[in-house]
Structure formats: C-alpha cells, structure tokens
Design a protein around this ligand. Structure first.
Ligand code: NAG
Length: 278
C-alpha cells in the first residue's frame, strides 16, 4: 500500500508537471495534494513497517516529535488545499466567465503558499509544545504513530492553555475550512440545478465529482474520530479509523482523480506516445 501510494501520487505530480494541458489551477492544487500525500505516508508507514519487520516497538523522542511535526503539516495543508479546490470549483461553475480573471496565477500561488505556510508554522508551535510536555506517567504510545491526541494523553500536565489552544485551532483549522467547502458546494449545486439541459448539468457536476469524493473520504473519518464523545468508543476503534485516513485515503486519491477523468487519461496517452517515439 505504501508503494502504491507513492507511485500513484508521484505519477500525478509528474503528469501535471509534464503535460501543458494540465497546467490549470485545479491540477496545480491536485499536484500540491499529491505531494502532501507522499510526505504524509512517508513519515508514518515506513516506521510502521519497520516495527512489523523488526518487532522493535520503540521510537526515539526526536523521531516521535518529527513524525508529529510532518504529520500535522501535511494534514493541515491538505485541509486548506481541499478548501482552495472547492473555491476553484465554485468559481469555475458559478462564475465561468470570470474564471481566468479570478483564478489567476498569483491568486493560486498565494492560496497554495498560505496553505503550506500556516501548516508549517502551526505545526511548529504544536511540535514545540509537545516536546516540552512533562511525560511522567508512562512512555508507552498506544498508537501506530505519534499524533497530537496520543501524546497529549501521555502527558501528566493538565494545561488549561493547551486546551484553549486546541479548541481555537479545531475551529479555525477544522470547522472553518469545512464550512467553506460546504458553502461552495451549496452554491455549486444550486447553480447546477438551474442549468436547463440535463447534459450540461451532468457535465458541470462531473467536473466536481473527483473533488467531492476526496472531500468525503478525507473528512468522513476525521469527523467520526473527533466529533464523537471521548468515552464512546474504545481506543481500538480510533486506531482503525486513523488507518483509514493515514493509509487508505492517500492511496485512493490518485485513483479517484485519474479514473474516468478525461484530462488525466489523455495526459497518460500523450506520455505513452512520447515514450514510443523515444
Ligand atoms: C502548488 O500549487 C501552486 C499554485 O497553483 C503551484 O504554483 C505550485 O507549483 C504547486 N506546488 C506543488 C509542489 O505541487
């Protein structure tokens, strides 16, 4: 699964960089998403595999914090990039005539840079806080990678400030982007419903299905994991759900975008032709 994820996402990155028909905002954002997916699985899965192979269940403290740091960067960048993509679809469907004006290169670049930079800075903050927590109860991580929740649980300190920080963050990083995506889709769907011909409706809608699928795949497990009350489920269910978003979702993304997608299939055909000539 790790290899499949890396190869699948690398293929998307390569295609978007090489084929000029894919030099559009949507595919640039997709390229960002795929790069993030590659880092996301690379910080978690090789360590998990080495635990399976060597039966050595330990991780160094620095390793743990590094894993946490990159995991958070990618998680946040993905949330913001998915939001940018939703906005891109909104402009493409609701304001098609102004599309190239609104989604110009500078705007896209600023949106992508904002996604990455906030991720990097915010994760740095979390990593610094986590690395200064006093761990006195136990040093046993009840998970297959170091995430914020598990590390927080290990620590003996019951810090009010940290709780406030976490709540403010979950509003800004969890809820606001999600609401923006929902609002975009409300506009998109109401615009699509106004289209007269059923053919046109189908065409407009099919340009959003890949993005919508990714959003559902990405947010489904997260909402399930974080919205339910703490004691409702066992830790084992939590781990199973995080397998879904750490392993399965990054693996599925390239397939969601390439199957039935004429642009990507066309790009693959083009590369094949090119390779034949060489
Ligand atoms: C991310 O998206 C921006 C804006 O569209 C683009 O300029 C940049 O090349 C992309 N970066 C990666 C690594 O995909």
């Amino acid at each position: 699964m790790y290899l499949l994820t890396v190869v699948g996402n690398l293929t998307i990155v390569t295609l978007v960089c090489m084929v000029s028909q894919l030099h559009t905002p949507m595919y640039f954002f997709l390229c960002n998403l795929s790069s993030s997916d590659i880092v996301f699985v690379t910080v978690t899965l090789p360590k998990l595999l080495s635990i399976f192979l060597t039966q050595d269940h330990t991780i160094t403290f620095d390793g743990c914090i590094t894993q946490l740091y990159f995991f958070l960067i990618c998680g946040q960048a993905e949330i913001f990039i998915l939001t940018c993509m939703a906005y891109d679809r909104y402009v493409a469907i609701c304001k098609p005539l102004q599309y190239s004006l609104i989604m110009n290169k500078v705007v896209c670049f600023v949106m992508a840079a904002f996604s990455w930079l906030t991720g990097i800075l915010n994760s740095l903050l979390h990593a610094l806080i986590a690395s200064s927590l006093p761990f006195c109860y136990s040093l046993e991580i009840d998970h297959f990678f170091c995430d914020l929740k598990t590390l927080g649980m290990l620590s003996a300190s019951e810090s009010k400030n940290r709780d406030i920080l976490t709540s403010v963050q979950s509003v800004f990083i969890g809820c606001v982007p999600f609401l923006l995506i929902v609002v975009s889709y409300v506009y998109i769907i109401s615009t699509i419903l106004k289209i007269q011909s059923s053919n046109g409706r189908l065409k407009a809608f099919s340009s959003c299905t890949s993005h919508l699928t990714t959003v559902v795949l990405f947010y489904g497990p997260i909402i399930f994991l974080y919205m339910k009350p703490e004691n409702d489920r066992s830790r084992e269910d939590d781990k199973l759900l995080s397998i879904l978003y750490v392993v399965v979702v990054p693996m599925l993304n390239p397939f969601v975008y390439s199957l039935r997608n004429k642009d990507i299939l066309g790009a693959i055909a083009k590369i094949k032709q090119y390779l034949k000539k060489v």
